[in-house]
Design a protein around this ligand. Structure first.
Ligand code: ADP
Ligand code: MG
Length: 713
């Protein structure tokens, strides 16, 4: 039986059926195609068969032989419930006993005289007189009419075994579906459907990179055949770097990059605003600043200005570590738009942040004669009118900006702060409020280049890779519970110098489910220890207005110690705060720790970050060590990617990117570069892929609804 339609439900494949289809669904396998691209996560080499006479205890081995005896044994008559199914197997060189506890049904499966293959750890028996193997994986060689053992498929003429006597794939499975059942299903799917796969890759590219055949690649990543060429080692397979894995990674990354290239091409083809700012407001601002721009800030602003002056709409990502001074650059860009008679909008992820931007920006541009407005929470008619009439030159807000009913007279530039808090859709909605406005997206989450090419492959990309001068690097220390008193003396010292401290907790309130220290209890405790200081509390369950009030008090210097949860994680700027204490630091992710630490060290005074750990996993310890070792956001991001793996690293789902099934951005960085180069050059030649209908189809499958552009092309 074969299935030529790869999108047909996997249920109809031989050996699957409705019950197993439901289990497969849990693994994300719905269609035949899903199954073909559901790759093993590791492999076991069960190919070399050992003579029984050559076995050694504690080695994992594959053995083949004839069944001499098959019996259920009750080893202890006083415990009649304990039953062992036992095989005695001989290969001519010796005798091996295989044992399964409480699996008497095996009696129906094994019969004396059958040839079997067994795989597992070999041990001496209880008396030390012979070898046994407990709960081995097994396969019956002459068992041709067993439903669960489909015959070998054509690409693997030498492979008569599925589970033993070969390099065996191990899949992530789910409860109710054994490794063996899943492997049988995969074998069956390949057997029936791999020949239906047609290769959409342009033949020039196949030639150029000498890519192995697609069908063969899929067969080999599931059931590697020793006779395939090019050859590979078990290590290659386990690392996902066999030529066959690389072929599939190339395809996946190529499809991803084609989508990005198409998005980018589509935007370039749109007509944007040609700004020709005269520099009047920008110079006014620069004259007021108490500092000079860093070289990096100047360079990045030049990039932006060039984009704004061109007729293609700008889509630029501005990346810069916490405290690198992105806000000023954004403001200069907004002024460039205002100079040309347009409005600018800045969208921030939290009210605190929006308000802070508003206060800063308002202060800086007020006497340049500009109107700055803040829009958070539900819309107020007055604000909405001011924005719609065009009286507001600069509008700063939260998600409130993208509500229905908020409209601009002449929106020319939008700036999105801390972009990872917003999805692609929200960005798009704000853009729709203008006519192809220029877009500047800012992020303080440093992203390794490979990931940036993937997540933001459709954007141009600038980095502020230099911190303003006179910042002494933050001193970071890892403390454990026994050092707790040293934290108190640090707080005492810093506040005596007139500085302020943050103390961050993982939870608001204590609960019975965890024994985590909490912000509420922590604040009470600190107030008792420091009766002469003002301690305040901020957390996400407070009303936004209350939070703002607390934040304002802290900024104004009226509060010495601010106890909080991660609500202060993003972007809050209080240069006088020099001490960051993170309680239960082991509970936080690296990106979060880095952001939290970035709340201090923003002035010229020496700042400290104390990570208080209560233990935690090995990964947690690794994270804390990274924090102590470096303050470089890029190194931290790379370590984070190493520890967490790319899937989790950046919430790809939220960012609107398709998931990668095969490729790994760390491992396959080189492949990504090649795939990107080819994808962008193909779109350059044929932007609608008119000459590549198959490829177009596979991009649509891969990107789903996210990519509407081919519909109109
Ligand atoms: P971020 O990139 O994290 O958003 P900000 O824009 O909030 O950083 O800037 C951090 C602090 O550095 C602010 O107080 C800002 O006024 C200050 N700053 C920005 N640029 C410079 C500069 N070139 N020299 C000195 N201080 C600067
Ligand atoms: Mg910022």
């Amino acid at each position: 039986m074969s299935s030529n339609d790869l999108s047909s439900p996997v249920q109809y494949i031989k050996g699957v059926g409705p019950r197993r289809a439901r289990l497969l669904d849990r693994l994300g396998i719905k269609t035949v195609r899903d199954a073909l691209f559901y790759l093993p996560y590791r492999y076991e080499d069960r190919s070399s068969i050992k003579k029984i006479a050559h076995l050694r205890p504690e080695e994992i081995n594959t053995v083949t032989g004839k069944i001499l005896k098959a019996d259920v044994i009750i080893p202890n008559p006083r415990r009649p419930k304990l039953k062992i199914f036992e095989l005695a197997v001989s290969d001519g060189s010796g005798l091996l006993r295989a044992k399964w506890f409480n699996q008497t049904y095996l009696k129906k499966i094994f019969k004396p005289g059958q040839e079997v293959v067994l795989y597992g750890t070999v041990k001496y028996n209880y008396w030390g007189t012979g070898f046994e193997i407990i709960n081995p994986e097994y396969e019956i060689l002459d068992d041709t009419d067993d439903e669960s053992n489909p015959s070998a498929f054509s690409l693997q003429p030498s492979a008569s075994c599925i589970h033993t006597g070969r390099i065996v794939p191990i899949y992530r499975s789910t409860e109710g579906l054994s490794q063996k059942q899943l492997r049988n299903i995969m074998y069956s799917v390949l057997n029936s459907s791999v020949s239906a796969i047609s290769d959409p890759m342009p033949s020039e590219i196949i030639k150029e990179y000498n890519l192995p055949d697609l069908q063969e690649s899929i067969s080999n990543v599931h059931f590697p055949s020793p006779t395939s060429s090019p050859t590979f080692s078990i290590t290659d397979l386990n690392r996902g770097t066999s030529p066959y894995h690389q072929r599939l990674s190339f395809d996946e990354l190529f499809t991803l990059q084609l989508g990005l290239a198409a998005i980018k091409k589509g935007e370039v083809l749109e007509k944007g605003i040609v700004f020709s700012p005269d520099g009047r407001l920008i110079n006014g601002l620069l004259n007021k600043l108490p500092f000079k721009l860093t070289y990096a800030q100047e360079r990045v602003f030049k990039d932006i200005l060039k984009d704004m002056q061109s007729s293609a709409p700008m889509n630029r990502l501005l990346q810069g570590d916490v405290g690198s001074g992105k806000t000023i650059v954004a403001l200069m860009s907004m002024l460039a738009a205002v100079e040309c008679g347009y409005q600018s909008a800045l969208m921030a992820p939290t009210e605190i942040l929006a308000e802070q931007h508003y206060i800063n920006i308002h202060r800086l541009v007020e006497d340049l004669g500009l109107n700055t407005h803040l829009l958070t929470g539900s819309k107020k008619d007055k604000e909405v009118d001011v924005i719609a009439s065009g009286d507001a030159d600069i509008v700063i807000g939260t998600h409130a900006l993208i509500q229905e009913g908020v409209s601009f007279k002449k929106l020319g530039l939008i700036v999105i702060d801390e972009q990872h808090r917003f999805g692609v859709m929200q960005r798009a909605i704000l853009r729709k409020k203008g006519i192809n406005p220029d877009t500047l997206i800012m992020t303080a989450t440093p992203i390794p280049r490979t990931l940036a090419l993937t997540l933001y492959g459709d954007l141009d990309y600038s980095i502020i890779d230099e911190l303003p001068p006179n910042r002494s690097p933050i001193i970071t220390k890892l403390f454990f519970e026994k050092n707790k008193n040293r934290i108190y003396s640090l707080i005492e010292e810093e506040t005596k110098k007139g500085r302020q401290a943050y103390v961050v907790y993982p939870v608001i309130e204590e609960s019975e489910k965890t024994d985590l220290k909490s912000a509420i209890t922590g604040a009470e405790g600190l107030q008792k220890i420091f009766p002469h200081l003002k301690v305040n509390l901020i957390h996400g369950r407070m009303k936004p207005v209350e939070r703002e009030e607390v934040m304002r008090e802290f900024k104004n210097g009226n509060v010495h110690i601010l106890v909080s949860t991660t609500v202060i994680e993003v972007g809050v700027d209080v240069p006088n705060a020099t001490l960051m204490v993170i309680i239960h630091a082991e509970r936080f992710g690296l990106a979060q720790l880095h952001q939290l630490r970035g709340r201090v060290g923003r002035g010229s005074n020496q700042s400290y970050c104390i990570l208080l750990s209560y233990g935690g996993s090995e990964d947690a310890r690794k994270r804390l060590d990274v924090m102590v070792k470096t303050t470089d956001g890029f190194r931290i991001a790379e370590e984070d990617l190493n520890i967490r793996g790319p899937g989790e690293f950046f919430g790809t789902r939220q960012s609107g990117m398709p998931d990668l099934k095969v490729a790994n951005l760390l491992r396959d960085a080189k492949i990504l570069e090649m795939a990107r180069k080819e994808a962008f050059s193909l779109i350059e030649r044929d932007s609608a892929l008119a000459g590549y209908p198959q490829l177009r189809k596979s991009i649509e499958d891969f990107w789903g609804k996210r990519l509407e552009l081919f519909k109109t092309a």
